[in-house]
Design a protein around this ligand. Structure first.
Ligand code: ADP
Ligand code: MG
Ligand code: MG
Length: 211
């Protein structure tokens, strides 16, 4: 049976810290166009804190590791993305409480729990030009292709990533109904939402690391 073990999840967190440095300028440039230009810096600060402490969390179960990671983001990141991604990781771990490995069905549950808290905290839904425009279609695609089309897990995650990427693209031609870009009205049109872009990059790491 297909299993995602603790090493997979630790690897994802390590890769997220690398990603946050590599794409710091890109995320902040996107945010400069329609926000306050700090999205890259916010993620860098948050994931540096995660990476600094990760070694000490490795003996914990999957839930505790993500609870700690989420708490670090929540505590260290000043912007909107801190509580949103912080909440994502805190809830993401819950279905893996007490576990050292999860099934792919449990992984889908973890993704769903994470995305649901972002929607709830942000009061955002698809079409508001936020990270939800990436994450909701991704997790819906993941569940649909895995359960209905009987697809292999990594193949299903690839479809999820593609749906998320298309969702991020769909933020370009629309106005924002949530977040800082809301104030710009039609001036936000033509720009990708920065959070939708960082969410694609995060999903890509979950995909790349999958066995
Ligand atoms: P801030 O806007 O406080 O500077 P960041 O720049 O780090 O924070 O993050 C901005 C991103 O957060 C946006 O691009 C958007 O994707 C996301 N975001 C902002 N507000 C909301 C919300 N209410 N719901 C969901 N996502 C949101
Ligand atoms: Mg910002
Ligand atoms: Mg800010």
């Amino acid at each position: 049976d297909y299993i995602l073990n603790k090493d997979y999840f630790i690897g994802v967190l390590e890769d997220l810290a690398v990603l946050a440095e590599e794409k710091k300028v890109y995320f902040s440039e996107l945010d400069s166009a329609i926000g306050d230009g700090d999205h890259g810096m916010n993620l860098s600060i948050g994931f540096r804190e995660v990476s600094k402490n990760l070694e000490g969390w490795k003996s914990e179960d999957i839930n505790t590791i993500f609870k700690n990671a989420g708490t670090a983001l929540l505590d260290k990141v000043g912007g909107a993305s801190g509580p949103l991604y912080g909440g994502f990781f805190m809830k993401f771990g819950v279905p893996a409480k007490g576990k050292e490995e999860v099934s792919f069905d449990e992984f889908i549950e973890m993704m769903e729990a994470g995305v649901a808290i972002i929607e709830k905290r942000g009061k955002a839904s698809v079409g508001d030009k936020t990270m939800v425009d990436t994450l909701r279609p991704a997790v819906d695609a993941l569940r649909a292709v895995y359960s209905e089309d009987d697809m292999a897990p990594k193949e299903a995650m690839k479809k999820a990533l593609e749906a998320g990427s298309a969702g991020s693209d769909s933020t370009i031609p629309i106005i924002a109904k949530k977040g800082r870009a809301m104030r710009l009205g039609e001036r936000a049109i033509g720009h990708r939402d920065p959070g939708s872009a960082s969410s694609v990059a995060i999903l890509e790491i979950f995909y790349n690391r999958m066995p």
